[in-house]
Ligand binder design. Structure first.
Ligand SMILES: NC(=O)c1ccc[n+]([C@@H]2O[C@H](COP(=O)([O-])OP(=O)(O)OC[C@H]3O[C@@H](n4cnc5c(N)ncnc54)[C@H](OP(=O)(O)O)[C@@H]3O)[C@@H](O)[C@H]2O)c1
Length: 392
């Protein structure tokens, strides 16, 4: 295992390059709340036995079961070998007393007397504002004071401007957790956000280093496979993705949500080969080409400028186009069809009333109503994508 640094505020902890993300534990009967406990515990303990010293869970993962299983995995002496991170479900904090209530419940579920790294979960611009109204940080200051939590941070989903506002919004933050991978250099916090947070001395924990598995696809589109085949080094797509993140000096620890024992073994081995600046210019060029090719494979030329919003029918048009694009580019239709099937019916693409108001607003001149028909055909009716791509 390789070990790294955790920002300038937490100097007594050297995180393992790989952290264990307990959001995608192995399941029984494919039911998210039914974790295959013996296998999950075996995986977590194997990782710890091989140097992983940071385990990340959260209140809602696996319908609330992840924290319980992580707590069990950390019995038998494992608790002392790792830093334990979990997250306050900020979206469920409605009144001031809720923060204290959740923290106490989490300590019980995890069966621990303290949490090493506690995060405000998945915050962005609007949750940051709500957090102020419910005085979340005041309550957490008390928990820091009495030792129930040791370090405070936040995990983030929004844009760069919101990220900077939140980083600068409190001097209590010691670390943050961002979505970052070779496709997201300009999305979410992006590379600028990563450097901004590190520049302020925060430890930066990385989530979704493989874009939730999309970059690990062993059967990627042909154009991508050709690039991997011509690369100067042989690596699996998963290892390419992880090594690229580890290559960045500002990254503290990379979480991967491994769901099989083999993935744990592979990622632990990859972490052993990792290092800041370890990729050669030729290897970095390979990743640049893969990124460009994935982008070129995205058929709808939507830039997510949001000018089409609000849609009179309430349809999140840019989100639909992003899902469609990713499903096509990453050849990941089942994953996106599952997500689409869970959407409210009145927000699905086929709820478009064809009022055509969006047509005047779209700077890319996209034929939005026609494209929404295509989105529903592919994601809602399980038909192959239109052969007319790229669509614009
Ligand atoms: N705070 C937040 O808002 C938030 C949000 C997201 C994640 N997180 C945390 O961050 C952690 C990491 O994010 P993530 O789970 O999205 O990470 P990720 O590494 O981007 O995605 C995990 C998926 O990648 C695939 N994978 C991993 N290792 C592989 C390997 N060696 N070979 C082939 N495929 C491999 C698996 O996909 P398959 O399932 O297809 O096999 C696995 O389910 C989570 O587990 C969670 O703890 C937090």
């Amino acid at each position: 295992m390789q070990f790294r640094t955790f920002g300038k505020k937490v100097t007594d902890f050297h995180p393992s390059a790989l952290g264990f993300g307990a959001m995608r534990l192995p399941l029984l009967d494919d039911v998210p709340a039914r974790i295959n406990e013996p296998e999950a515990i075996r995986m977590i303990r194997y990782a710890i036995d091989h140097g992983v010293n940071y385990v990340d869970t959260a209140y809602p993962y696996h319908g609330g079961q992840s924290e319980i299983v992580v707590g069990k995995a950390l019995q038998d002496g494992y608790r002392d070998k790792v830093m334990l991170a979990t997250k306050l479900p900020v979206s469920q904090v409605k009144v001031e007393a809720d923060t204290e209530r959740f923290l106490e419940e989490q300590l019980k579920k995890l069966d621990v007397d303290h949490i090493d790294f506690y995060l405000c979960h998945g915050i962005g611009k609007s949750r940051w504002e709500t957090m102020k109204q419910t005085r979340v940080l005041d309550t957490l200051a008390k928990a820091l004071n009495d030792g129930r939590i040791r370090h405070l941070g936040f995990s983030f989903h929004d844009d760069l401007a919101a990220f900077k506002t939140i980083v600068d919004g409190s001097d209590m933050w010691e670390f943050c957790q961002i979505q970052y991978n070779y496709m997201d250099i300009q999305r979410q916090a992006g590379t600028e956000g990563l450097r901004y947070a590190a520049g302020k001395g925060l430890g930066v924990v990385i989530m979704e280093p493989l874009l939730g598995g999309r970059l690990a696809n062993t059967r990627p589109p042909e154009a991508i496979q050709r690039i991997w085949d011509a690369a100067p080094v042989r690596r699996t797509p998963a290892e390419w993705g992880l090594q690229w993140v580890w290559n960045q000096p500002e990254v503290s620890v990379v979480l991967s949500g491994m769901n099989t024992f083999e993935q744990v073994v592979q990622n632990v081995e990859s972490a052993g080969r990792s290092g800041v600046g370890s990729l050669t210019p030729a290897e970095l060029e390979v990743i640049d080409k893969v990124r460009e090719t994935y982008r070129a494979l995205q058929p709808i030329a939507c830039t997510a400028c949001n000018y089409c919003q609000p849609c009179p029918s309430g349809i999140p048009i840019p989100d639909h186009f992003a899902r469609y694009n990713d499903a096509v580019a990453y050849n990941a239709f089942p994953m996106y069809r599952r997500g689409y099937s869970r959407m409210d019916e009145n927000k699905k693409a086929n709820a478009c009333a064809v009022c055509r108001e969006c047509l005047d607003k779209c700077p890319q001149h996209l034929e939005i109503p026609d494209l929404l028909v295509e989105v529903h055909r592919v994601l809602g009716e399980n038909q192959d994508p239109s052969p007319l791509s790229p669509l614009s």
